[in-house]
Design a binder for this molecule. Structure first.
Ligand code: SF4
Length: 336
């Protein structure tokens, strides 16, 4: 069975952008592949952050992922910093990664241009991503369009390491192009993102979700109720495509084009579709929160499973690199 690796930032509770764009797909993949899913907290420390907040966001993300349908019986879920081999391999891969390749990465250029002092971790971020994937010798990585460049770099790093040490240890991970949706925020302007404040949380209370949907941007041509609209340019229609069944989506498009209803009625129908999907997730999350020990169990079991695989890879890497002298026995205290 092919092995998949994918990671998600510990951004706290899931919003519908990352749920529809990645996690819903992860849930389907766990039935068909050996899936390793990682909450990438080492990736989250390249900017400023509060340690307590990071801890909380990491746990909230674990709750969201399990509530959304990741099943520890079918996949492995763990937190990156619980398997220190990620950073060990990242250092090693740094030694075969050309600086120019890292400086050309679009995400680095974007983020660096917005910071006065750029930490080296931001530049080396894609090397850690390569280490995440290669540590488990994953065959496939589900990618959105914006991650294709990073995956290509991981493939390049695998090729370079293999060529330098004359062994095909790392398979070149292939992209698994999946029907991931790029969800625009409720402002209709940019990708849904917590930092832009345009998100809908998967675990948010129904009232809060409705208060956000009600004023959400629609087709600007629909000034009056009698003005026909173009559903394809409306974000609410795109959300219908994600949450409503096909006959409802067809009905929405017809009612929009013929000005058969107003945008508020359209949003009411969307709200009901969303509740059908999100209510069971919210209920599972409440149940998990009432038993935090279950989250710890899942994450520890996941880390233990991954650590065994990671140690196996690192043993082979070190052997081929001449880094495998016999380990020093544990130090005793002087005089003991
Ligand atoms: S009727 Fe629905 S699809 Fe059409 S513009 Fe309004 S909210 Fe968008």
């Amino acid at each position: 069975m092919s092995r998949i690796f994918s990671g998600i930032q510990p951004s706290g509770e899931l919003h519908i952008g990352n749920y529809l764009g990645a996690v819903k797909n992860w849930v389907q993949l766990q039935d068909r592949y050996e899936c390793i899913y990682c909450i990438v907290d080492y990736h989250a420390i390249t900017g400023s952050y509060e340690p307590d907040d990071l801890r909380r966001r990491t746990r909230d993300m674990a709750v969201s992922l399990l509530a959304a349908g990741l099943d520890p019986e079918k996949c492995t879920l763990f937190v990156q910093s619980m398997v220190p081999e990620h950073t060990e391999l990242a250092w090693i891969l740094n030694t075969v990664t050309p600086l120019g390749e890292l400086e050309r990465q679009t995400q680095f250029k974007d983020k660096a241009s917005r910071q006065e002092s750029v930490p080296a971790g931001l530049l080396n971020y894609p090397v850690l991503q390569a280490a995440d994937i290669l540590l488990y010798r994953a065959d496939l990585v589900p990618v959105g369009e914006d991650q294709v460049q990073h995956l290509e770099l991981s493939r390049e790093i695998a090729r370079r390491w293999n060529a330098k040490f004359g062994v095909e240890l790392f398979p070149e991970p292939q992209p698994l192009l999946t029907p991931a949706r790029r969800i625009v925020g409720l402002d209709g302007q940019a990708k849904m993102s917590k930092s832009l404040g345009n998100t809908v949380g998967v675990l948010e209370e129904p009232d809060a979700i409705w208060q956000k949907l009600r004023p959400a941007v629609t087709d600007p041509a629909r000034v009056r109720r009698t003005d026909p609209g173009t559903p394809e340019i409306c974000n609410i229609y795109h959300l219908h495509q994600a949450f409503s069944d096909p006959p409802t989506v067809e009905h929405v498009a017809h009612m929009c084009r013929t000005a058969g209803w107003g945008c508020i009625e359209c949003k009411r129908v969307l709200f009901e579709s969303m509740m059908r999907e999100l209510t069971p997730i919210r209920e599972r999350a409440a149940e998990l929160r009432a038993h935090p020990e279950r989250i710890d169990e899942v994450l520890h079991a996941g880390a233990e499973h991954c650590r065994a695989m990671a140690q196996e890879t690192m043993a082979a890497v070190k052997e081929h690199m001449g880094l495998d002298l016999a380990p020093v026995p544990p130090l005793g205290r002087a005089g003991v």
